[in-house]
Design a protein around this ligand. Structure first.
Ligand code: PMP
Length: 428
């Protein structure tokens, strides 16, 4: 076996027996510094992660994280289902499985997607370890360093992290109260093409946007698809919240308009629970094959135990009723948050989401959400500064508030504390 030494520390013996000196690229704290790929040097800890340590203290009202509230799941009955699965199909559940995912779960996933008018075949579904892994796989098969990804302004922080890891160049396109603006997208793609830069992906969260809180209107959906198609840009439709609308039926997915032009990502994290880490990608046939190859090289196969467990949950429980309960709970929390904002923060403006987890708040002129954060944490309330959701440093005028996890009473208290901080800053 060959020995393995960091380039940045005193190295192994050279061919003549001399010791190779420490490379100048190493640091005292991390002697391996000079060995990382360029890609790795571009990785940064998300602002959310840095926050979790403080925000998790019980005295802090965290309006920062996006953890779903799963306290009301029927755990006792579910435990029986899991035990029964292991007793009856344990050797399958605990074995390796298909790289693409277990066929019965893929069939059930097509039934879930039918609620958004997607008519898919189980063969075109790839099960992933959360939709976060699906984001990674899509980036891995499409992006070379310097490739352009168009993403909404603002965008999901976890997707920006993936695009950065693959050294893509993220260019933001505006949203308004009806979501992504098709005309602005068209102009941006035309401008990029004139510069000789073809965007490879359009990354969009059409429903109950994270962090924007807005939803792409029904009327705009076919127009967004048309613009992307005309410019030859594949749409990456990331839709973990689509079934969590507070009123009315789910809107048809972009994938329902143009299955050949869209990679659609779904997740069980918010409609069931995130702990099993199950999501999926629905992709045009050739893309799907590449996704499976990429996933096999990354993880061999998603957890069979997790897949069979979620499959049993979907069969044996009234999961639609559970989703409805989630919707009612989150709607009550949304009401608590926007009610408290109206009462305590009239100097700010914000989006009023019709589903999902997030409010996007604009601070009064002159305030900076990142600079204000330490003061907020001292006042025992946490949020995510808007800068986390842009690839280009914008966002300091905004912040994201999540209402998914704290109780309505804690949400109101958190907003009251936030108002104290904002008002004190504004008076400075
Ligand atoms: N996309 C968006 C927009 C999200 O908000 C999240 C979770 N916060 C994910 C993807 C990843 O979800 P998961 O990996 O749990 O499916």
């Amino acid at each position: 076996m060959t020995s393995h030494q960091p380039t940045g520390s005193t190295g192994p013996s050279g061919p003549t027996g001399t010791v190779v000196p420490a490379a100048s690229t190493g640091t005292r704290l991390d002697p391996w510094y000079g060995s990382y790929s360029a890609r790795t040097h571009g990785m940064r800890a998300s602002e959310i992660r840095a926050l979790f340590a403080v925000a998790n203290r019980p005295e802090v009202v965290s309006l920062a994280g996006g953890m779903p509230n799963i306290a009301d799941l029927p755990m006792g009955r579910f435990a029986d289902t899991v035990a029964d699965l292991l007793r009856t199909r344990g050797t399958r559940a605990l074995q390796y499985g298909s790289g693409q995912g277990e066929p019965e779960l893929r069939t059930q996933i097509t039934e879930v997607m039918a609620l958004e008018q997607i008519n898919a075949h189980p063969d075109d579904v790839v099960v992933t370890t959360g939709s976060q892994q699906a984001l990674d796989l899509v980036a891995r098969i499409f992006l070379d360093p310097g490739d352009v990804v168009v993403a909404e302004a603002p965008s999901y922080v976890g997707a920006l992290g993936v695009f950065r890891a693959y050294e893509a160049d993220v260019v933001h396109t505006p949203m308004d109260a009806d979501g992504l603006v098709p005309e602005a997208l068209d102009e941006l793609l035309t401008r990029l093409a004139a510069q000789g830069r073809r965007a490879k992906l359009l990354y969009t969260v059409p429903n109950f946007h994270n962090p924007g809180g807005v939803t792409l209107s029904l009327e705009r959906r076919p127009r967004v698809v048309e613009v992307a198609r005309r410019h030859g840009v594949l749409i990456l439709e990331d839709n973990p919240y689509g079934l969590l609308g507070f009123d009315g039926d789910p809107l048809p997915a972009l994938a329902s308009f143009a299955p050949d032009d869209v990679v659609y990502l779904g997740s069980f994290s918010k409609t069931f629970a995130p702990g099993y880490r199950l999501g999926w990608a629905l992709a045009p046939h050739a893309v799907r094959e590449k996704l499976v190859l990429a996933s096999e090289s990354a993880i061999l196969c998603p957890s069979v135990a997790a897949q069979l467990t979620v499959s049993a949950y979907l069969t044996q429980f009234d999961w639609r009723a559970q989703v409805k309960e989630y919707r009612l709970m989150y709607a009550e929390r949304r009401d608590a948050m926007v009610g408290a904002l109206a009462e305590h923060l009239p100097t700010c403006s914000w989006t009023t989401p019709e589903g999902g987890f997030y409010v996007w708040l604009r601070l009064p002129d002159g305030l900076d959400s990142r600079e204000m954060l330490p003061r907020a944490v001292t006042s025992l309330v946490a949020y995510v500064p808007g800068t986390a959701f842009y690839a280009d440093g914008q966002g300091s005028t905004h912040l994201r508030l999540s209402y998914c996890y704290p109780t309505p009473e804690r949400i109101v208290e958190g907003v009251r504390r936030l108002a104290g901080v904002v008002n004190a800053e504004a008076d400075l």
